[in-house]
Structure formats: structure tokens, C-alpha cells
Design a binder for this molecule. Sequence first.
Ligand code: FAS
Ligand code: PHB
Length: 393
Amino acid sequence: MTQHLRTQVAIIGGGPSGLLLGQLLGLQGIDTLILERQTRAHVLSRIRAGVLETGTVDVLRRAGCADRLEREGFIHHGTMISCDDDQFRIDFEALTGQSVTVYGQTEVTRDLYDARDTLGHPTLHEVGDVAIHDVETDTPAVHLTHGGRKVQITCDYVVGCDGYHGVSRQTIPGDKRQEFEKVYPFGWLGVLSETPPVEDELLYASSARGFALCSMRNENLSRYYIQCPAKTTAEAWSDAAFWEELQRRLPQDVAARLITGTTVEKSVAQLRSFVVEPMQWGRLFLCGDAAHIVPPTGAKGLNTAVGDVHYLSDALIQRYADGCTKALEGYSATALARVWKAERFSWWMTSLLHHVPAQSSFDTRMQTAEIAFLRANRAAQTVLAQNYVGLPF
Ligand code: FAS
Ligand code: PHB
């Protein structure tokens, strides 16, 4: 027995991209149906991004989902950068007049789910066998299984918000899509610890032993990362080994102040840069990690996803308001213009601060010289600050 459903916009993926798109469209009376492979609890168990650009906060405010963020988020007016024992600050406020907000992606996703509950639009969790059909017609469809039944959804548009491993990108014919990828020869080993952050702001540390990042979620929950070999597993690292390696990559005065403790989460993220072109095909549109991936060094993953949702939601709202499809037809070009700038910045920050295992002594000198130039040059610091706080939509 097949269940037949109808909606205006079918959204595949109930992560931040899908939930935010559903919220912005729903507030304008546009029907959406979100299809999520995992349980809600599983989605909310993920520990990912931590830094929100100014523009991201503005979009969340427009979506009516920024109340808790404004109460509990931490405004950061700058960030620290260190090279071995030397450190300096990039003053976002002085250089750009803007700041960033530290507020975990997990909390953003929780707020978006709560908002969807209030909106009352449907989300199907634990769906399977999602397949997208007829996107080159005016009547696209999504077929899936849910609760042991076959489900067929007819809709006006399909939006793939299903991340890097989702199905939507593959729906664009192989000879019509172009993929750009760089896989980095290292990963990030990240921990959450119920300890006070070592600094009031983030610290991006470059050292001969490799990269480290000191971040946080609140005054008693810290987020730390160290660059690790690509094939490392979290299980291979004891807490003691992690803390010792982190301290060896930080300036000595910072390492001396580090408060260690039992980690409550430990995971390894592989690092890659990836973009697919185009980000639309017929009545299928891609948002977020379904279309692009960045190494987390520049804190651009979630923020670039929000940029896509900003453009696509505006285009769909216009189409349903007055039938004009001009912005919809131009979505991919508009979104990619901002995506590639985020890709460049993320690649640049990653190349600057990480030591590739087999890099030459000349490459190491180039990194040292670039960090020294950044330390001393206001124009160079302004370029980093403008990209970090977020380029305009
Ligand atoms: P997501 O991957 O978050 O969500 C996609 C959703 O689609 C998932 O819930 C998935 O279950 C679902 N899905 C997949 N296939 C499906 C199917 N066939 N049918 C139905 N549903 C399906 N960014 C930062 O800025 N800073 C960071 O520190 C950072 N750390 C990260 C660490 C890891 C391990 C990962 C994977 C990413 C990290 N990111 C980070 C990037 C991350 O934050 C993404 O940019 C963000 O999750 C993008 O959100 P979505 O586009 O919604 O994709
Ligand atoms: C985090 O807090 O998880 C975080 C912050 C900044 C980054 C990456 C991750 O660049």
C-alpha cells in the first residue's frame, strides 16, 4: 500500500540547511515537507560548528529562531593566532566593525526543530530509499519508505539539504555536473570537555608539531581540536595523550593555563574542500553540504550553508508571491559566487596553519613568513577579518 502525499517544496535532510529553509518558507505560508534519514535525537547528538557569522545571526533572527542564541551566545570581537610561542590578535571590531557569535550548531539545530514544532509543518524521520524523480518536469516527485510503507510525494520543487553523503547531488546527471575536490592529508581530532575555556576568545595555533584550535561552547564547556593523521581514530587517543599533544602545540603561557579534564565527546573529522556545479538542475536545488564542503579552519561550513538558504528562500518566496522565477533561475550562479569565496578562505586558513606531513623546509618558511606578515600588516589582517566575520550576501 503506497501513501501519496503532496507539498509545495520537498526538502531532503533535516540538518540546519533543511530546517532553516523550511522555517523561512513556512513563515511565508509555503508548504514544506522535510525528509530526514536519522532520528531527531541522532541529528541533535552531532557536535559540529561553533562560530556564526553576523549574516547567519541575521537570517536566524529573520526566521524567528535567534532568541536563545541572543541570550546564550557569546559575542567575539576578535580571535587569537599563535605561531609556536608567539601570539597576536585579529581585532574584528576595529578592522570591520563586526563580530561573530559563538553558539554551537547543535543548539542552532535544536532551536530550528523547536520552531518547526511551533510552525506545525511535517517532518518525516527515519526515512529510507529516498529517490528523486522528474526534476526536469513541472511535477517532480520524491519516492521513499517510511514506517515500513512506500511513500510517494508530488511537489513543485525538491531541495537537497542532505549533506555530502546524501542522494540529491547524484540526481544531477553525471555528464551535466562538475565536481571540484581537494582532500587534505590530515584530519581534526576534536574533544568537548566540561572545563573552562583556556582563553576568552578562540586561539588558532600553528606549530611545528601541527595545528591546534582552542574554542568553546560556554564558560564551562570547551571545544579543542588538534590536527591529526588522516587515518587516526578517536579511540586511538586517550584523554591524557590528547591534552599532552594540545599543550605542546600552544604557546607556553597558554599551555600552562590549560585546564584539562575528562572529555565528554571525542571525534575525528576528515578535511576536504569540495564544490559541485551547478547547484540546481530543473526543479532540484542544492543547499549546504549537499553542494559544498570546506575544511572547518575558517568556520565557514554552516555559515555558507546559511548563505545558500538565504538566496534560495528569497527566490522561492518571490516565485510563490508573484510567479517571477528570475531569482530561482539564477540561484546556482548567485550561491556559487559566495561559495567559492568561502572555499578560498577556508583553503587559505588551512594551508597557512597546518603542517603537511611531508612539506619542504621552504614551504615551512613560506608559512612562517605569511604569518609574520599577517602579524604586522593591517591590510592583511583586514582581509582575514572580513572573511571571518562573513562576506555580504
Ligand atoms: P548536514 O550534513 O548537517 O545535514 C544533512 C542531513 O541530511 C543530515 O541530518 C542527514 O542525516 C540527512 N540525510 C543525508 N542523506 C539523506 C537521505 N538520503 N535522506 C534523508 N536525509 C538524509 N562547520 C563549521 O563551520 N565548523 C566546524 O567546526 C565544523 N565541524 C564539522 C565536523 C564534522 C564531522 C562535519 C561532518 C561537518 C562539520 N562542519 C563544520 C560543517 C557542518 O557544520 C556543515 O556545514 C553543516 O552541518 C551543514 O549543514 P547541512 O547542509 O544541513 O548538512
Ligand atoms: C568550533 O568551535 O567547533 C569551531 C570554531 C571555529 C572553527 C572550527 C570549529 O574554525
